[in-house]
Design a protein around this ligand. Structure first.
Ligand SMILES: *[C@@H]1O[C@H](CO)[C@@H](O)[C@H](O)[C@H]1NC(C)=O
Ligand SMILES: *[C@@H]1O[C@H](CO)[C@@H](O)[C@H](O)[C@H]1NC(C)=O
Length: 280
């Protein structure tokens, strides 16, 4: 649920020199500020390629930092054991929006490594919050279902309210939102959609793996296809994945909402101080 409206506006300023930023040796998180990894992407745009091989849209970094997190770029060219070390050194990961192949790209490869480690960690009583926005959301649907279930929708550059499919109090994501903000989200076009592909409610409902893993929180429609705009992992995996979709705040429409969502994202990642456990 990142500020994708903002993100898209600043994509031109995207940080492409990221490949040359050496990833300094990770240290175990000790302070209460979570350290969040952001997955990089290969630059495909000719203008961006000149600046570097990989990028992270700067807005994601600013957005996590503005709510008090620290950010670590997750490069695409590390060895498996280096990813394991990184996994143990950070508090969560964000799979950002963008446009790369969901099955055969560096982004897909590294997302899968972190997803598997998160699931394994959960099995061992640990948890590693994973947030997917836009492309990241789509990647998580692929990782969980093992299939490409997306369908083309007419959803590029459209602002819509959210259709809440369950009471906001029943979701971890929305339960602490102020009532007036929820009402605004439900009736005003505050979320910006910039995606060609969507997970339809129909395909979600027909897929046992997705149904077993996620609760749908909000949906939208492009006029003919009802698709999922927000979902989160269900209870038994509640600390593994908190996934939001391609419905995102338009920061100019409502800065308060955007700020609130930044904070919610970081709260997902913030370790509980007492006992060193995570809280959401
Ligand atoms: C369901 O998924 C298939 C791919 O497995 C896709 O071709 C189709 O368009 C999707 N249908 C809907 C309604 O989402
Ligand atoms: C919300 O759902 C209703 C009923 O399915 C639909 O008519 C309406 O268009 C949806 N609104 C949005 C913004 O997607």
């Amino acid at each position: 649920m990142a500020s994708l409206g903002l993100l898209l506006r600043v994509l031109g300023l995207v940080l492409c020199g990221a490949a040359s930023l050496g990833l300094s040796a990770p240290t175990a998180p000790t302070s209460k500020e979570p350290i969040i990894g952001i997955l990089m992407q290969t630059c495909h745009n000719e203008n961006m390629k000149i600046l570097g091989k990989y990028y992270i849209a700067a807005s994601y970094v600013k957005y996590l930092e503005s709510a008090g997190a620290r950010v670590v770029p997750v490069r695409l060219d590390l060895k498996d054991e280096e990813y394991e070390k990184l996994f143990k050194s950070i508090n969560g990961i964000l799979f950002p929006g963008g446009s790369v192949d969901l099955m055969n790209s560096g982004y897909a490869h590294v997302a899968k490594i972190f997803y598997k480690l998160a699931i394994q960690g959960f099995g061992n009583g640990d948890y590693f919050p994973t947030w997917g926005t836009c492309l990241g959301f789509e990647e998580l649907t692929y990782l969980v279902s093992g299939e490409s279930l997306l369908t083309l929708t007419d959803t590029v550059g459209i602002k819509m309210p959210l259709n809440f499919t369950r009471g906001p109090l029943q979701s971890r994501m929305f339960q602490n939102f102020p009532a007036d903000l929820l009402l605004s989200l439900a009736i005003e076009p505050l979320t910006a959609n910039f995606h060609k592909w969507s997970l339809s409610v129909k395909n979600f409902t027909m897929n046992e793996k997705l149904k077993a893993f996620f609760n749908i929180l909000t949906t939208n429609t492009d006029g003919s296809i009802e698709f999922i705009s927000t979902m989160e992992a269900i209870l038994q995996l509640k600390y593994v994945l908190q996934t939001t979709a391609k419905s995102v705040t338009d920061i100019q429409e409502n800065t308060f909402l955007s700020k609130y969502i930044d904070e919610v994202t970081v709260r997902v990642f913030r370790p509980q101080i007492a006992g060193g456990k995570w809280s959401i």
